[in-house]
Design a protein around this ligand. Sequence first.
Ligand code: SF4
Ligand code: SF4
Ligand code: SF4
Length: 223
Amino acid sequence: MPPKLTRRNFLARLGSGAITIVGIAGTGLFAALGDVDDAAACVRPPGALPEEDFLATCIRCGRCTDACPNRCITPFTEEAGRELALAPGARQFGTPVIFARRQACMLCNGEPGDGLLCTEACPTGALIPTKKSAVAVQESVDMGTAVVDTTICYSYNGASCGACIRACPFEGTALRAGLWERPIVDPEVCIGCGLCERSCVHYPQAIRIKPSTDRDPTTRGRS
Ligand code: SF4
Ligand code: SF4
Ligand code: SF4
């Protein structure tokens, strides 16, 4: 049996050109987007600690929100809670969250410095300082995973679109084109930045981010 393709051995194999990308796209997974619990409901900024540690460490100061040049981080509000179908008064209130369909994380592309600005602004370590090189991002950023709803995506239903693929910072690996530019996600490479969801020309979006349930930047990558 071949070894499991993890984020780390992806990087190793990327160099050798030996990678074979296996995409996932299906209605079953997409349906799971609505099946989130309190601890796994949010797309957090890059570098976020595991959710329980994050909730205990984030002091809701808003510095990451202010630091983001792309204005994609917003404080969690009751309205956000309703959107995510969380109970009123959820513990997430005031914590930073990203709604990719409104504004996605651009990984500080084009900004000065070599770090992701929100992670550098965090005073408590709730967001661990993270470099913005492609290798560093692949090793440590795990906001979620893109999931395609093949029942509504134009490319799976008689047209050729592919707008989401062209928006992906890891085009060809995290998101590659199948026949008729059908988007195919590799969950081991996708970091959940949401640029695909943001750029989807279908409404509601046919590609959306499923928040990570097991992110842990302290271990550098998903298991
Ligand atoms: S990495 Fe940059 S663009 Fe992304 S959320 Fe942080 S500050 Fe904003
Ligand atoms: S597939 Fe979407 S969420 Fe994943 S890396 Fe590409 S643009 Fe970002
Ligand atoms: S942009 Fe939307 S509709 Fe177009 S291929 Fe991507 S998921 Fe499908």
